[in-house]
Write a protein that binds this ligand. Structure first.
Ligand code: G6P
Ligand code: G6P
Ligand code: BGC
Ligand code: BGC
Length: 909
């Protein structure tokens, strides 16, 4: 009897041992796994074998780990592990523990994980929106680093893994999907700067603490490794210099049947019942999502054979997923007594005896031990490869690790480390745990890319400060005593009102100083209602004329005017002329304008300090083929305000955001010390482009702004203009790209002669790159023309650079315009300002996002205002004609008064 029981127990034991024996890997088997993994790593890197390799070896375009100089404030998303997290990460330099993080975990319901891609990304954006509300940051456009823990080819999702299976995502661009969802929500703006795998995020997080960290390992829901590979070994990526982080996606190891000898029938069953059968075979043997499931299937088998749970297969035991990693970890804990194990099993609904508990613990141990050993063998292959890459006998390296399995399981990390030590004896491998998850790493990558850009983003507080500085500058310019030394000149224009609807006549307008030199004929008639008819022609102004002598420039203007009058058949007439001259001029009356200084591209000699009306009249007289009557000279801002004022009487500000930038507005005469009189208003041409020329903006100027200034025709002048306007924006972007490429952050560090050539990136390119639909394609086109072969990540980064530069411009203009608006409000002594701002300029008109950004920021900075932004559709020529109409009417009246006076003097001799 005793023998029979003993025999039965022995045979049961044997059955259990036989079952678990399949999970015990011998040293030789582990060596083989290491060797096969090594082969797959190589195959993944080679051009020919890469497409079919089971270990995908995806390039990440992360060229270096953080060097401690990164800083800024970033948003991070962390999707794909057990938790979905939204974080804000603040990185400061110069201090220990200088990274601060705030995060919130959000649930992703199963039906969304496995619903449509659109639903998934809408949900993500909704969580971001909630987080931004919670942090009070909806108005701050932050750069975003996205940890997306799935295999991605650049930004295209290759395939879902783990518990995700949303439709219409595989093969799609994840950044695009996120961007589209943000647009659908239409509540906030983000710059998606980097998308990284969790292994990469983990490596970066740990490398911030330990520069020797060049490997990232995740042993969690899924399993994966990344490491710094030599560029020359990554055959399908151009370039041989330096290193790049490669996301191995080793979870796919085994897809070519090369580890079938160690897969058990339980592994096959788990695979068959998974969301992605046939895929991620190695992951399914090693990661938290599947270990419990393997255990459950073994338990069912043993129960079937009467070896467990008294042979009863309960519904609970049949339930997929009941065995989570955390239970596995608890059951295997040495600190738990058998009774406690039993109570866990009972908690799981598995009615067990103490013997059952022993067996379950053994099963868990066998499964998790194999997982740790397999990861160890894989890791041994990676470190040996790195050692050989570097031609070293011995390698010291650190692995940054994260993941619930590694963190929670009582033995996993020890077995893993032991295996690495045995299989890679020449490598001293340290493992450090990422305490902060990979979101921090994603933010650090964003910061690496963003290193040169953080100084270009301003908080509303800074913008308000700039607004206050500009308010002071305006006051200085208006004051009699302060004006001589003021940088913002606040020039009186002698324009006293906007059009009142009574203007009429036939005029010529000259429009010189923007990107085009234009001559127009403007006919304003008054039948029933006031109507304006315009005909115009654009004339070339060649560089040699712009930079030649003043007399040549004005001869050219006079010649074009002659040609225009000829074509209009009005050479014999003496039509009143309005001259839009888009440069800073001092007026003592409307038809006298002394050029103070050239700006933008213009540099003709002998004009500064001269009255341009005289110069033009002289040139016309010299020709002698027609006569002209220049009635008014107006700045383009004034022309724009008048053009818009024609349609909207409330218009009292004119701004230009084009080649150059400037603003004018209607000021109370009593505040203009330099002009006699206290009644009514006069338009002031602020010439805000010169803001900062006295050093007021030094704290916000960057090395790129200084470089732009040094290379400009007017160093030290128009410093504000050089930070914001169209003539410089493309060049600013180019300088930043060169710097980033030199740092290896872009284009794999390649710099072409074209990229080094001044002017090769124009503001119109910036506008094209920022288009939301085809922007990335445009970036690729433009960069390809510059001889660089950009990766998709390069294009995203370049788009980000453009966005930062143009956003800074819109922000700065919002601050200076904000100052004008608050001044108008104070002048009117009203609690709420209702006004219209007339705007023109190529940057404002052509850039896809600029106007919206500007309007939004102005409304934020001056909340007590209702501002209508009115685009001047017809340029400033029409406005100049309005001023001319007014001027000629005044001249007529003066003549009339004069004549009357003469007549009356005759009658009374
Ligand atoms: C890190 C990351 C996650 C990642 C996870 C893996 O902390 O922040 O994005 O996926 O580790 O762990 P898990 O066990 O949650 O899959
Ligand atoms: C207006 C005017 C030009 C002015 C220009 C600014 O349309 O008619 O005189 O200088 O806008 O724009 P731009 O982008 O050409 O510098
Ligand atoms: C994914 C990897 C990821 C890993 C760990 C795997 O399923 O394919 O991209 O790094 O899980 O989260
Ligand atoms: C000039 C301004 C002009 C502005 C926009 C600046 O460079 O100094 O007078 O209004 O450009 O064209």
């Amino acid at each position: 009897m005793v023998t029979a029981v003993a025999q039965r127990l022995a045979s049961q034991r044997k059955e259990i041992d036989d079952t678990l024996a399949a999970f015990a890997l011998s040293p030789t088997q582990l060596q083989e796994v290491k060797a096969k993994m090594r082969v797959e790593l190589e195959r993944g890197l080679k051009k020919d074998s890469h497409p079919t390799a089971s270990v995908k070896m995806l390039p990440t375009y992360v060229y270096r780990t953080p060097d401690g100089t990164e800083r800024g404030k970033y948003l991070a998303l962390d999707l794909g592990g057990t938790n979905f997290r939204v974080l804000v990460v603040k990185i400061r330099t110069g201090m220990r523990n200088s990274v601060r993080m705030y995060n919130k975990i959000y649930a992703i319901p199963l039906e969304i994980m496995q619903g449509t891609g659109e639903e998934l990304f809408d949900h993500i954006v909704q969580c971001i929106s909630d987080f931004l509300d919670y942090m009070g940051m909806k108005n701050t456009r932050l750069p975003l680093g996205f940890t997306f823990s799935f295999p991605c080819n650049q930004t295209d999702l290759v395939c879902w893994t783990k518990g995700f299976k949303a439709t219409e995502c595989e093969g799609y661009d994840v950044v695009d999907m996120l961007r589209e969802a943000i647009k659908r929500r239409n509540e906030f703006d983000l710059d998606i700067v980097a998308i990284v795998n969790d292994t990469v995020g983990t490596m970066m997080t740990c490398a911030y603490e330990d520069p020797k960290c060049q490997i990232g390992l995740i042993a969690g829901t899924g399993s994966n490794v990344c490491y710094m590979e030599e560029m020359k070994n990554i055959e399908f990526v151009e370039g041989d210099e330096g290193q790049m982080c490669v996301n191995t996606e080793w979870g796919g190891f085994g897809a070519n049947d090369n580890i079938e000898d160690i897969r058990t029938r339980y592994d096959r069953e788990v695979d068959g019942g998974s969301l992605n059968p046939g895929k991620q075979r190695f992951e399914k043997m090693t990661s938290g999502m599947y270990l419990g499931e393997i255990v459950r299937r073994i338990l069912i088998d043993l129960t079937k054979h009467g070896l467990l749970f008294r042979g009863r297969i309960t519904e609970r035991l049949k339930t997929k997923g009941i065995f989570e990693t955390k239970f596995l970890s608890q059951i295997e804990s040495d600190r738990l007594a058998l009774l406690q194990v039993r109570s866990i099993l009972q908690h799981l609904g598995l009615d067990s005896t103490c013997d059952d508990s022993i067996i379950v613990k053994e099963v868990c141990g066998a499964v998790s031990r194999r997982a740790a050993q397999l990861c160890g063998a894989g890791m041994a292959a990676v470190v040996d490869k790195i050692r050989e890459n570097r031609g070293l006998d011995n390698l010291e390296i650190t692995v940054g690790v994260d993941g619930t399995l590694y963190k929670l399981h009582p033995h996993f990390s020890t077995i893993l480390k032991d295996t690495v030590r045995e299989l890679a004896p020449n490598c001293k491998v340290d493992f450090i745990l990422s305490e902060d998850g990979s979101g921090k790493g994603a933010a650090l990558i964003t910061a690496v890319i963003d290193k040169y850009l953080y100084a270009m983003r301003f908080s509303d507080e800074t913008l308000r400060d700039i607004m206050a500085r500009f308010r002071r500058e305006m006051e200085n310019g208006l004051g009699r005593d302060t004006n001589p030394t003021a940088t913002v000149k606040m020039l009186p224009t002698f324009v006293r009102s906007i059009p009142d609807g009574s203007e009429k006549g036939d005029f010529i307008a000259l429009d010189l100083g923007g990107s085009n030199f234009r001559i127009l004929r403007v006919k304003v008639s008054h039948e029933k209602k006031q109507t304006v008819q315009m005909e115009s022609q654009i004339y070339e102004t060649p560089e040699d004329i712009i930079h030649g002598s003043g007399s040549r420039l004005f001869d050219h203007v006079a010649e074009c005017l002659g040609d225009f009058m000829e074509k209009q058949k009005i050479k014999d007439k003496k039509l009143p002329i309005g001259f839009t001259f888009s440069f800073p001029c001092a007026h003592t009356k409307l038809d006298e304008a002394v050029l103070l200084t050239w700006t933008k591209r213009f540099k003709a000699s002998g004009v500064e300090g001269m009255d341009v009306v005289k110069l033009l009249n002289k040139a016309i007289k010299k020709r002698g083929d027609y006569d002209a009557d220049i009635m008014a000279v107006v700045n383009d801002t004034v022309g724009t305000m008048m053009t818009c004022g024609f349609d909207d009487q409330r218009c009292e500000v004119g701004i230009i955001i084009g080649t150059g930038t400037n603003a004018c507005y209607m000021e109370e005469l009593r505040h203009i010390d330099l002009v006699e009189g206290d009644e009514g208003r006069m338009c002031i041409n602020t010439e805000w482009g010169a803001f900062g020329d006295d050093g007021t903006l030094e704290d916000i100027r960057t090395e790129f702004d200084r470089e732009i200034d040094r290379g400009s025709p007017n160093p030290g002048k128009q410093l504000f203009e050089k930070m914001v306007s169209g003539m410089y924006m493309g060049e600013l972007v180019r300088l930043i790209l060169v710097k980033m490429a030199k740092e290896g952050l872009l284009f794999e560090g390649r710099i072409t002669p074209e990229l080094l050539t001044k002017g090769k990136i124009e503001t119109k390119h910036v506008s094209a790159i920022e288009k939301s639909k085809e922007g990335l394609t445009k970036a690729e086109e433009i960069l390809t023309r510059l001889g660089v072969e950009p990766s998709e990540d390069d294009c995203i980064a370049v788009q980000h650079v453009c966005a930062i530069v143009s956003f800074r411009s819109a922000n700065l203009i919002a601050a200076t315009l904000g100052a004008i608006l608050t001044r108008l409000k104070d002048n009117k002594n009203t609690p709420r300002l209702r006004t219209t701002v007339g705007i023109d300029g190529s940057l404002y008109k052509m850039h896809p996002q600029y106007a919206r950004r500007l309007h939004k920021t102005v409304r934020r900075l001056v909340p007590e205002s209702d501002v209508r932004f009115l685009l001047s559709e017809s340029g400033s020529g029409k406005g100049a004609a309005m001023v001319t109409a007014w001027a000629s009417r005044l001249a007529d009246q003066t003549r009339q008064i004069h004549r009357n006076f003469m007549l009356s003097s005759h009658s009374y001799p």
